[in-house]
Write a protein that binds this ligand. Structure first.
Ligand code: 4AD
Ligand code: MG
Length: 436
């Protein structure tokens, strides 16, 4: 029995001229005269397997001829280097065993399908080359982020998903029946993270957040993955430094691995564009952003939050991510610390990705004083009773602290140059979609 081999290992040249045994799905197939070209996929890669009529039993050759796309197979054969084969190697098949013959007519054909069809068939569409590439990059992204956080002394911490009080305002809370009470799905780990820094110091999480976003846009999901960081003894400038270093570390990792470079390039993203994101990232204030908008003829009133149109306009002026800082207090959630030198703005920062992508992180310095927090809670028409434990944190060992949340799909969307956020996650949850 030959060695079981993964396709990625074969494509790396490790089994040249050796006999191997591979298992996978029939990704594609064509025949010409006495040869079948079976394109096989195993989750690590895709390889061409050629079967010559005179090299296998006639029953095997006939079975291969009738084989349906997405059938599962075990194949045996010898690996040969071949410049003409995609990937540079192919397997010369000596035997084939069909494990599961797929039904005829795999719904995803080699033709144009509309987005709704592909979303309805998402369970099958995630097998496509495009989705494989994005999902691999996403996995590499999170691996590299964890690596940087772990190496820099951050501890992973988990906050609850079922919560009782809004972090980002009530409008986008999903409510859940919790026995005889109402609970909500979390929008952010932040309030709990602010409690946990007094236990663990610098912390992070990578977890889903939920927003009942009623808007149908290219950048909103109702369930998204949130990479969040919270740091004691940290101010606005300190948290921006962490953001830019973390992001650049991840980008460097993605752009040094040959298989990831291939995935990025196949998606139309050139690694050299990403590598422009070397710290320090430019910083502009909200005031400067408003000035730019007004100068360029975009009507925008000071005090409002920047929307998609404004962000898009600003991002076209940069070729790397940049921070917008000091948003007005009215545009930001209650926990943002007002600037002591100018209390109408907050010590906040959003990180915007270039090329029209816009906001990928939101964060800043938190209020650490009890009275200031109470004032902001009232100003936002929130009920202090709902936040009693959170206010308590300002009574028992309060410290200056800061944090941020990075939208994983927003960031993957930019990194992979995607036109819609739905493709940055395997099974997107959208305004009109929770199936499959
Ligand atoms: O700006 P947001 O609302 O900030 C917070 O939730 C803070 N509590 C985070 C923190 O400081 N720990 O959300 C953070 C990021 C946004 O910049 C965006 O990238 C992403 O989360 N995000 C979404 N991504 C996809 N779909 C949505 N509906 C999103 N809402 C926010
Ligand atoms: Mg935000």
């Amino acid at each position: 029995m030959p060695k079981p081999a993964y396709i990625s290992e074969i494509l790396s040249g490790r089994y040249s001229n050796e006999e191997v045994f591979i298992r996978g799905w029939l990704h594609n197939k064509r025949s010409s005269g006495g040869i079948h070209f079976l394109i096989v996929r195993d989750g690590t890669g895709v390889i061409q397997c050629t079967m010559k009529k005179d090299k296998v039993d006639s029953s095997v050759f006939e079975e291969a001829k009738k084989l349906t796309l997405e059938s599962t197979l075990e194949l045996m054969g010898v690996v040969r280097e071949d410049k003409r084969a995609p990937g540079g190697y192919e397997v010369h098949v000596s035997d084939l065993r069909v494990i599961n013959r797929a039904k005829d007519g795999f719904p995803i054909a080699k033709k144009y399908h509309g987005p709704d069809f592909l979303l309805d068939n998402r369970h099958l569409w995630i097998r496509s080359q495009k989705m494989q590439r994005i999902l691999r990059i996403r996995a590499e992204f999170l691996k590299a982020a964890r690596e940087w956080l772990d190496e820099n002394g951050f501890t992973e911490f988990h906050a609850p998903t079922l919560i009782t009080a809004a972090c980002e305002g009530g409008a986008t809370l999903f409510s859940v029946r919790y026995f005889d009470k109402t609970a909500y799905l979390t929008q952010s780990w932040q309030l709990y993270a602010e409690a946990a820094i007094a236990s663990l110091g610098k912390i992070y999480t990578i977890a889903p957040s939920f927003r009942a976003e009623k808007s149908k846009t290219r950048r909103h999901l109702t369930e998204f993955w949130h990479l969040e960081v919270e740091v004691p003894w940290c101010d606005l400038e300190g948290i921006m430094k962490i953001e830019e270093e973390l992001l650049f570390h991840v980008i460097r990792r993605l752009c040094e691995k040959p298989s990831t470079i291939r995935d990025l390039e196949a998606l139309g993203r050139s690694p050299s564009d990403l590598l422009k994101a070397e710290p320090p990232f430019p910083r502009i204030t909200y005031d400067e952003a408003v000035e730019i908008l007004n100068r360029d003829g975009i009507k925008f009133e000071w005090g409002n939050d920047l929307g998609w149109i404004e962000e898009k306009h600003l991002t076209l002026k940069f070729d790397k991510p940049f921070f917008v800082t000091h948003y007005p207090r009215r545009a930001k959630a209650f926990y943002h610390k007002p600037d002591p030198n100018r209390p109408e703005v907050t010590l906040s920062a959003d990180l915007l990705a270039p090329e029209g992508y816009g906001e990928i992180t939101g964060g800043g310095q938190r209020i650490d004083d009890e009275n200031e927090l109470l004032e902001r809670i009232k100003e936002n028409n929130l009920n202090p009773n709902d936040y009693e434990w959170y206010i308590d944190l300002r009574r028992w060992g309060s410290v200056p602290h800061a944090g941020f949340g990075l939208g994983v799909e927003r960031t993957i969307m930019w990194i992979c140059k995607l036109s819609h956020i739905r493709d940055a996650i395997a099974f997107p949850r959208l305004l009109n979609r929770v199936y499959p």
